[in-house]
Design a protein around this ligand. Structure first.
Ligand code: KE4
Length: 436
């Protein structure tokens, strides 16, 4: 069996960077990515045969663990009947019913094949429904790679966005307003400076793409009030938080209702699924009922729907989110304590089974404070934990997920490893020239 290094070299001949999504290239941790051979339950195994406890879970989807028997059974049964028809199936309705039951604000839902597609479509729908063109997003929030969302904060707080990558045109970025997360005053100013022009405000109700950054008390409620006051739609991007922080996502966890909700990851049960949904009055603006066009060849395909339905049914059982909250708290408090004992400045966050340990004293409340984290120290932590058999996100600005599949004993093992690693890092830092 070739090694990860050999596979990576070969992959780079045919795939840009050797990966189909940049974060997988391990650039920010400065090592060769591990190529995966298989995964089962809470564990993932690389081509060298080393097995790890999986805290990435494919960036969120595998909350049940890999290869859950009920998901596999549903998928195998569907495979015998066909994989995609490009025609309606009862499975799509069943999946839609489950999403609508979990999210009371969602009366209708449309399935697509990724979170990017869900957000892109929701934004187009919001613009079509309101007849307005601008929208507000938050610095440090990631909503997939459609042009209007690949926009960085302009200079100053309230200038319109600037493209954050080559290939996005000034025109595509022109209507995107970028403001700091957890800053209601900046949001209010954006509405005041753009009267009757803002179609929507999109937010990660718990930010998961600058590490895990929870909303400050009153932030989400304030966004709801400002959107109501200014006639804009409130879009909760729950691609990470949906069925993760609660069965009904952040809306259930915090008790704030969105006008449109985007979903992905977990609802596909490991297959490519995104979704966007909301009030019937808004959703019926979508083709073929209404004038806003949106489509997709593999949208709602039966294999993905079978996996998603099985996953949502398992998650809907009693005790699920109490267990996830307990495991998330065990993990977050243990990692924080490991850093504290070693005297390593660290700021831990946790919402349900969503956690992050920032290598900065904190508090971390937005991108500006998250960006103060010591990414070199995080890279050391990542590599040492990987050596010890723990599969963390290869970036300080991603989340560390607890899953139903991992046991409390396995989480305790990870914490013990973290205590060793933090101690090593502290010693190395002290021994380094000018070390502190
Ligand atoms: P996808 O197009 O990757 O399915 O979803 C885009 C997306 C939308 N909204 C939120 C809140 C998201 O977190 C994402 C994607 N998340 C990243 C990692 N945090 C996916 C990993 C990757 O890009 O490889």
């Amino acid at each position: 069996m070739p090694t990860s290094s050999e596979l990576f070299a070969e992959a780079q001949r045919y795939i840009p960077g050797g990966v189909d999504s940049p974060v997988r290239a391990y650039k920010s941790v400065g090592m060769t990515p591990r190529f995966v051979a298989k995964a089962e339950g809470a564990h993932i195994t690389d081509v060298e045969g080393k097995t790890y406890l999986d805290f990435v879970q494919s960036w969120g989807p595998m909350i049940l663990g890999h290869g859950h028997p009920e998901v596999l059974e549903a998928v195998r049964a569907q495979l015998e009947l066909g994989t995609t028809y490009g025609a309606p199936t009862e499975l799509e309705t069943e999946a839609a019913q489950l999403v609508c039951a979990a999210f009371p604000s969602v009366e209708m839902v449309r399935f697509v094949s990724s979170g990017t597609e869900a957000v892109m479509s929701a934004l187009r729908l919001a613009r079509g429904y309101t007849g307005r063109e601008k929208f507000i997003k938050f610095d440090g929030n990631y909503h997939g790679h459609s042009d209007a969302l690949l926009v960085a904060a302009g200079s100053g707080l309230l200038t319109l966005g600037i493209p954050s990558t080559l290939g996005v045109t000034e025109g595509a970025a022109r209507d995107t307003i970028v403001v700091p997360y957890n800053d209601l005053e900046a949001v209010e100013a954006a509405f005041t400076d753009n009267p009757d022009q803002i179609a929507a405000l999109i937010v990660e109700p718990v930010a998961g793409n600058m590490g895990c950054v929870p909303p400050e008390p009153g932030f989400l409620e304030g966004l709801r009030a400002l959107c109501d006051e200014h006639g804009a739609l409130l879009i909760f991007d729950e691609v990470i938080t949906g069925f993760r922080v609660a069965y009904g996502g952040a809306q259930e966890h915090y008790g704030v209702t969105a006008d449109l909700t985007t979903l992905g990851k977990i609802i596909g049960g490991g297959f490519p699924v995104g979704a966007f949904g909301g009030k019937r009055e808004i959703m019926e603006h979508l083709a073929p009922v209404g004038p806003v066009y949106q489509a997709g060849t593999l949208s709602g395909n039966p294999v993905a729907m079978a996996a998603g339905v099985a996953t949502m049914k398992v998650l809907g059982r009693s005790g699920t989110y109490e267990e996830l909250e307990e495991k998330g708290e065990l993990l977050a408090s243990g990692l924080q304590q490991a850093a504290d004992i070693a005297g390593i400045p660290a700021f831990g966050t946790q919402v349900g089974a969503l956690t992050c340990l920032f290598f900065t004293r904190g508090p971390v409340v937005d991108w500006k404070t998250a960006a103060l984290a010591d990414t070199e120290r995080y890279a050391k932590y990542f590599c040492k934990m990987l050596d010890r058999g723990f599969w963390l996100a290869p970036s300080q600005f991603e989340c560390c997920f607890a899953s139903l599949a991992m046991t409390r004993a396995e989480i305790a093992d990870a914490i013990t490893a973290a205590e060793e690693v933090m101690s090593e890092i502290a010693v190395e830092s002290f021994a380094a020239p000018g070390g502190s």
